[in-house]
Design a protein around this ligand. Structure first.
Ligand SMILES: Nc1nc2c(ncn2[C@@H]2O[C@@H]3COP(=O)(O)O[C@H]4[C@@H](O)[C@H](n5cnc6c(=O)[nH]c(N)nc65)O[C@@H]4COP(=O)(O)O[C@H]3[C@H]2O)c(=O)[nH]1
Length: 688
């Protein structure tokens, strides 16, 4: 768009080059005119000066001829004495001067700064009849010299004087007058010429300037004006573009193009005002994609963005189709506002559509993934009177839905605020606990071989002894740690403690394995394998004595990168187990791809297997399937003899549960291990 505002740059350059050339030519022409005019004027002025000198000399010639005539009369009448001698000398001087000046006027003289006459009329006066001034002067001079010649008789000299007086003198004076007149005439002609030259030169300059103004300055000015206008237009466009961009960035989410939190709050506020005016109501729906952070880590952030973009546009379509609007609150959280509160049926239909829309696999050039979302709903005016409050409550309800396993929706209830406040408080306190790990402790729960009854290992389970609240369940603080990222430090602390303890037992000759829970976040951290290897080597522990348990639901979300991480750990020699197996709906084919050696059946199956034959069949199927894939099967949550019996019958290899022992501090376990060094059986169980 901006480019179009400019003409072709090559054309532009050519145009400028042509204009400059014409401009320079015009300037040269004006300079030429000025120079010509200057030289003409100079030559005419020179001529005029010369003419003035000539006129002056011609005038003096006139006077000289008069003087000579006067002297001649005196000379004839004077006696022979000294005064007559002087008079004669003066007389001859005058004659010579007349002759010299005449020759100068006729032929030009450098000495007197007189040019040779060029005017035809002047030349004719000097040389041609009827005037022939040259001849007249010569005759005059010849007669005048005769008067001063002492060798001639008085009569002859008187006769010469008569000649001068009668004709020669008048002829010369008359001719000189004609000459003067002619010079004057020539001078006037020269001045007229000068005036004409000036007029022509002035006209030439004016015409050149007009031509220049019309064909150079005007197009140049127009082009400059046009360019200025283009620049102004461009600036205006840029200005509005920048304003638009700033507006866009201020009010729009840059990734998805949806409203951002700020503008969404504004829109909700408008909805509140409308609802207040119309005594209406509406609902704010917070949508959070389940386990997005793990997916983002495993897919990589670019693909995570692609996923968000795709989900955002599905939700936008849905929201617009239902007369609502949508915005992106934070990373994977969106909020939809349905302007008019729908009937319960309509709202349920919308929620179903929402869940279906999200559940459709996201297929891109790079990946295909299926996600679920947790949804929270807050109604105006019941659940909040301000935009912030409504959004916060919808968000709290969504977080509760997430905490409850995700892929479900929850309506806001005032108690949720208490719950969320507690979560935030616990997160802060957990952070402090990490800085002062005296509040943290590991408990160990034995794992028993169901065939022999011997303790084959223990599972390390984290305990947090809160300074005010006492023991807080990991079921409560582990999800908080996962959400906040604290799980990385917390998990590392557990690894260090558990491996130190294992090393101590090994040094004491207690040959048991150690199972440690590892969060997917830890697993996806690139340093995990190296870190556990380094810790094991530090404690002189064989990797196969360490069993790492990863929860099934988490694994199944991000197969690609997780498989790579699991392979690295498997290659390093660690035993890998899938925890809570059966809750994540793993497919058989997927399980085959995983380098896990142990499947840990979730306690809910163990509980239900006793009550429901079908559940027992499922447990049997899991055990058989696991065995066919060469996996060891362990059941957790065995609380009764019957449960143990059933699982043994179904072919389960190992068991863990309150029937054998509760998770306990290391001192108690030490006692237990010492009492039942090799063989431990439920009936020998000590303690609660
Ligand atoms: N009802 C019943 N429960 C039994 C029985 N036997 C054991 N349990 C409980 O079942 C849970 C087994 O651990 P989990 O499935 O890995 O489930 C763990 C695990 O996912 C997580 N967790 C605990 N410690 C850690 C840790 O260090 N790191 C990580 N990432 N997660 C941990 O917290 C969960 C809960 O831990 P706990 O509260 O210690 O709960 C433990 C244990 O106390 C039984 O017979 N009946």
């Amino acid at each position: 768009m901006h480019k179009a505002a400019y003409t072709n740059p090559q054309q532009q350059r050519q145009h400028w080059r042509r204009s400059t050339l014409v401009y320079v030519l015009a300037l040269a022409f004006i300079a030429l005119l000025s120079l010509t005019s200057h030289f003409l004027v100079q030559s005419i002025v020179n001529k005029q000066e010369a003419t003035a000198r000539v006129v002056n000399l011609a005038g003096r010639q006139r006077m000289l001829s008069q003087r000579i005539t006067l002297f001649a009369s005196e000379l004839l009448t004077s006696r022979q004495n000294y005064a007559a001698e002087i008079l004669r000398d003066d007389y001859l001087d005058a004659i010579n001067t007349l002759e010299k000046v005449h020759l100068a006027l006729l032929n030009g003289s450098k000495e007197l700064h007189i040019p040779k006459p060029t005017s035809r009329d002047v030349v004719q006066i000097f040389t041609a009849t009827p005037i022939n001034l040259d001849q007249r002067i010569k005759q005059f001079l010849s007669q005048a010299r005769r008067i001063a010649n002492p060798a001639l008789s008085l009569d002859e000299r008187t006769n010469a004087f008569e000649q001068i007086k009668a004709t020669a003198y008048y002829d010369i004076v008359g001719s000189l007058d004609t000459l003067l007149f002619q010079y004057q005439k020539d001078s006037e002609t020269a001045i007229r010429k000068l005036q004409n030259y000036n007029k022509i030169s002035l006209l030439g300059m004016i015409i050149t300037l007009i031509v220049e103004a019309l064909f150079i300055f005007r197009p140049l000015l127009l082009s400059l004006y046009r360019r200025e206008q283009q620049y102004l237009k461009l600036l205006k466009e840029m200005d509005s573009e920048i304003t638009e961009r700033v507006r866009f960035q201020t009010f729009t989410d840059s990734l998805t193009g949806l409203l951002n939190r700020l503008s969404l709050l504004e829109r909700i506020q408008t909805s509140i005002e409308l609802a207040e005016r119309d005594k209406g109501n509406f609902v704010v729906i917070s949508v959070g994609i389940d386990r997005f952070e793990d997916m983002n880590n495993s897919l990589g952030h670019d693909k995570g963005d692609e996923l968000l973009f795709s989900i955002a546009h599905r939700l936008q379509k849905l929201a617009n189709g239902s007369g609502g609007f949508i915005g992106r609150i934070t990373g994977e959280e969106f909020a939809i506002t349905l302007e008019q509160r729908k009937s319960n049926m309509e709202l349920m239909r919308f929620l179903r559509q929402l869940s279906q829309s999200i559940a459709n696999p996201v297929q891109t050039e790079h990946f295909c993934i299926q996600v679920t979302a947790s949804v929270g709903l807050a109604f105006y005016p019941d659940d909040g009177l301000s935009a912030r409050e409504l959004l916060m409550h919808a968000n709290q309800a969504m977080r509760i839905a997430k905490d409850e396993g995700g892929n479900c929706f929850r309506f806001f209830q005032p108690a949720m605020t208490t719950y969320m406040t507690r979560r935030i408080k616990l997160e802060q306190e957990l952070r402090q606990a990490l800085a002062d790990p005296s509040q943290l402790r590991l408990f160990y729960q034995p794992k028993v071989d169901l065939g022999s009854g011997s303790i084959i290992g223990v599972e390390a389970l984290l305990r947090w002894h809160h300074p005010e609240e006492g023991m807080i369940s990991p079921m409560e603080f582990i999800p908080i740690a996962e959400d906040s990222g604290l799980i990385l430090d917390l998990g590392d602390w557990v690894l260090v403690q558990a491996l130190e303890q294992l090393s101590r037992w090994q040094r004491e000759g207690v040959a048991i394995g150690m199972a440690i829970n590892v969060s997917v976040k830890q697993l996806l951290h690139r340093d995990l394998c190296d870190r556990i290897l380094a810790l094991s080597q530090q404690q002189d522990i064989a990797p196969d004595a360490v069993q790492l348990e990863i929860t099934e639901t988490h694994i199944m979300n991000d197969m690609g990168r997780i498989i790579a991480a699991l392979c690295a750990l498997d290659k390093a020699g660690f035993t890998l187990a899938i925890d809570d197996f059966g809750t994540g709906h793993s497919s058989l084919s997927r399980l085959r791809d995983l380098p896990v050696k142990v499947l840990k059946i979730d306690k809910s199956f163990v509980k239900n297997a006793m009550r429901d034959k079908k559940e027992a069949q499922i447990v049997k199927a899991i055990i058989d399937m696991g065995h066919s894939l060469d996996k060891t099967i362990i059941a957790e949550g065995i609380e009764t003899q019957e449960q143990m019996q059933l699982l043994t019958e179904l072919g389960c290899d190992e068991g863990q549960g309150y029937l054998f022992a509760r998770p306990m501090p290391v001192e108690e376990l030490d006692l237990l291990l010492r009492q039942n060094a090799q063989y431990w059986h439920p009936k020998d169980r000590v303690g609660p």
